[in-house]
Design a protein around this ligand. Structure first.
Ligand SMILES: [Zn+2]
Ligand SMILES: [Zn+2]
Ligand SMILES: [Zn+2]
Ligand SMILES: [Zn+2]
Length: 217
């Protein structure tokens, strides 16, 4: 897949664009700003403050896919697993696991019991055609409780993946029959000339699992 390794994203708190490395730095400042303005508006309702983790997740082999999350500290690993499945992974209900350097973690564990700033975990989805994600904890903070346990703070824009036939246009389909050694990525024009069975084609979607198993987004 001829993808550029750097992708940008919009900060969903303030709508500004940043690169992958710029976003980590920016979100620290942006979350500070948010908690300051919340502190002003809720000076008398301190009890509403809840601890949350600022987490960044990316694809181990496809790091151009990444996202930043705000996750309640008392959310369970199973909540995070479900979020990752819904956003990036789910194709046919494969098994998944979180691993720390010490081994596999139980899904019913709460994040606050297995994470602190600096913690790095690995998430694996599907033990056949595995999609491996890196989960890194940037910070533990306090802020106003959100309705949802997990909130997206930023997510990469779709990376440019040029057609492997003509090399000119963005690919829209990937042929799972041909997708070895970077081949099989097809733009709108080239997909019409492609010989393989139509059922071998998957849509190109904004996920580190694009083109894998039956993943259609
Ligand atoms: Zn921002
Ligand atoms: Zn599958
Ligand atoms: Zn093409
Ligand atoms: Zn093909």
């Amino acid at each position: 897949m001829a993808a550029k390794s750097d992708t940008k994203a919009k900060c969903l708190l303030c709508n500004a664009d940043f690169s992958k490395t710029g976003m980590t730095k920016h979100l620290k400042a942006c979350l500070n700003k948010q908690s300051e303005s919340q502190a002003e508006s809720q000076a008398e309702s301190q009890e509403k403050k809840k601890p949350f983790f600022h987490i960044v997740i990316d694809g181990l082999e496809r790091p151009q896919y990444w996202m930043h999350l705000k996750v309640a500290a008392d959310a369970k690993l199973s909540d995070l697993d479900k979020f990752l499945r819904d956003t990036w992974l789910e194709c046919c209900g494969h098994l998944s696991a979180f691993n720390s350097p010490q081994g596999e973690l139980e899904m019913k564990k709460k994040l606050k019991d297995v994470m602190k700033p600096g913690t790095e975990l690995v998430h694996e989805y599907d033990f056949g055609d595995t999609t491996i994600l890196r989960v890194k904890v940037i910070d533990l903070r306090e802020g106003a409780a959100e309705k949802k346990k997990i909130l997206m703070l930023a997510r990469n824009d779709p990376p440019e993946i040029l057609c492997s036939e003509c090399g000119k246009a963005q690919s829209v389909k990937v042929c799972t029959e041909c997708m070895w050694d970077g081949a099989g990525w097809l733009c709108k024009k080239c997909v019409k000339k492609h010989d393989c069975d139509e059922e071998m084609l998957l849509p190109v979607v904004n996920s580190p699992r694009t083109g894998v198993c039956g993943y259609t987004g």
